[in-house]
Write a protein that binds this ligand. Structure first.
Ligand code: ACK
Length: 218
């Protein structure tokens, strides 16, 4: 029919529910607050600012970007490859509007973005597009779902699509055998540095949050 061409959303994803959502915002803020006081972070401050001796307030440095969610498929109203096929996938139709639990396994920070990586369940992977990991060089052999993340904030002028790319980059470095330099055992987990301003906090206990599989038309 006439309406069909206009019915695809901007994107599909899991949308975090309250009050877990607010708690994750607080955890992320606390993490940023702690990170920029660490000597190890100060040592690598020039990844974040060109000006020598300048302090960086990470809580100000990153701006939050809309409702907390984990994108599955960016459709761009149908302009993106595979958007229509995705929307017609039986699993997408079946789970649309359902609530499941997302497990956040790590927090990461780069000079561009701050985010949380999401460990998807087998069932959640049914909603994951097969080509999501193919965009980043060196990341195409990573397991399906590696890109799954929640964007917690972006630096000035940075688009949220960058968060998943930053995550894939860190995972590609890890896969290449670089362990990262273990910097500190924090209350939340172990913090490692991967060079070029890339920090990863591997959570001791995953943060679990209910989330609704839905879409944004914007
Ligand atoms: O933070 P995100 O995962 O990154 O959530 C937003 C959401 O779609 C709305 O903009 C993500 N996004 C934007 N462009 C793309 C893209 N080309 N591929 C994958 N995800 C994208 C963005």
């Amino acid at each position: 029919g006439q309406l069909e061409g206009t019915s695809l959303p901007l994107f599909f994803g899991w949308f975090l529910l309250s009050p877990a959502k607010e708690k994750i915002c607080c955890t992320s803020m606390d993490f940023l607050k702690t990170l920029d006081t660490l000597e190890a972070f100060k040592k690598h401050l020039n990844d974040f600012t060109q000006e020598a001796d300048k302090e960086v307030d990470l809580e100000q440095y990153f701006k939050s970007k809309g409702p907390l969610h984990c994108t599955t498929k960016f459709c761009n109203y149908g302009k993106e490859d595979g958007a229509k096929e995705y929307a017609q996938n039986p699993a997408v139709r079946e789970f649309y509007g359902s609530v499941s639990e997302l497990s956040l396994s790590a927090l990461f920070v780069t000079p561009r973005t701050v985010g949380a990586s999401v460990a998807l369940t087998e069932e959640q992977l049914l909603l994951w597009p097969a080509d999501a990991e193919k965009e980043v060089e060196g990341a195409s052999s990573l397991p399906l779902g590696s890109r799954a993340h929640v964007t917690l904030g972006c630096a000035e002028g940075v688009e949220p699509v960058q968060t998943g790319l930053d995550l894939l980059e860190i995972l590609a470095v890890q896969q290449g055998g670089q362990k990262g330099e273990l910097v500190e055992e924090m209350e939340l987990g172990s913090l490692s540095y991967y060079g070029e301003g890339r920090w990863l906090l591997s959570l001791r206990e995953p943060i679990r949050t209910p989330a609704c599989f839905s879409s944004v038309y914007g």
